[in-house]
Design a protein around this ligand. Sequence first.
Ligand code: ATP
Ligand code: F1X
Length: 305
Amino acid sequence: MIYTCTITPSIDYTVYLPEFHAGELNRSKEVYYYPGGKGINVSRVLKGLGESSIALGFAGGFTGKYITDFLEQEGIRTDFIHTPEITRINVKIKANEESELNGPGPVITPEQQEALLVKMKTFAEGDWFILAGSLPSSINRSFYLEIANVCKQKNVHFVLDTSGPALKNLIPAKPFLIKPNQQELGELFDTEVTTIAEAVQLANQLVEEGVKHVIVSMGGEGAILATKDHAFVAKAPQGTVVNTVGSGDSLVSGFIASYINNGDPVQAFRYGVASGSATAFQTDLCKKEDVMKLFTSVQIIPFQE
Ligand SMILES: Nc1ncnc2c1ncn2[C@@H]1O[C@H](COP(=O)(O)OP(=O)(O)OP(=O)(O)O)[C@@H](O)[C@H]1O
Ligand SMILES: O=P(O)(O)OC[C@@]1(O)O[C@H](CO)[C@@H](O)[C@@H]1O
């Protein structure tokens, strides 16, 4: 079974308008209310790619109920721990440029943290656990290490898509896959990543530290994949960008959906990049038919200095 875990879910209130003027009243004729948060996006994309998952994490209030109902209507199983706080609403403005306004995550009590660990006790060998999205610093870092430890003890594939200190602290847990974007990779090493060669060099360092697969997503440029055996560069397909929110999550989902069926990281990488771009080219997250249309146009080449 694949479990996704979103500690800080959201409703993504996405507003389209031709131009956005800060400091003025802006009116939009096209808005969407999608369940969001990186793990939840992964569950939704997996479903669209024909794979089932169970969405774990913390949700509360009317917004938490909206998310739960939405996912269940899409046929996605949920097992959220309820918070007294309402789940945040993140605002995404799609105008001449993309702007985002994300709220803070909830306070998670020690009892609620324990409740998540109890759910993890039922995991079986070979399962997948995808911890994705921001990890509030109000939660002690030892909790995240404990989560990673449960995965290790149970031989569960641990996939991590987060950023900042939480990402840094969990590298020693040797995840199966991490997917920083270019900026997040730079933050991890306290530098700025401007070229593919720099991204590959830093990704290789993470592989040396024990991460099995490092994918660095680079928006419209594509992505790179580093493993202990090789490094590949993928060029993203061309298309009209509509909404890139969730494209990184789609890359992760596509990689996993393919890998669990063929165990081939390069094929999985191609499918992942096609999934990321398929999402970038539409308002909602991608489905299998969108990905298949782009799959063959993703160019993958071995990295050369
Ligand atoms: N402008 C674009 N054109 C084509 N493909 C894109 C574009 N932007 C993103 N993608 C696709 O989506 C993948 C992930 O994009 P990106 O690097 O923006 O992820 P991210 O920053 O993690 O996104 P998010 O946090 O919103 O999910 C890219 O590797 C690429 O395949
Ligand atoms: O605040 P976080 O947890 O870093 O990111 C949350 C978020 O921006 O990420 C997803 C896209 O990847 C959106 O659905 C959601 O609003």
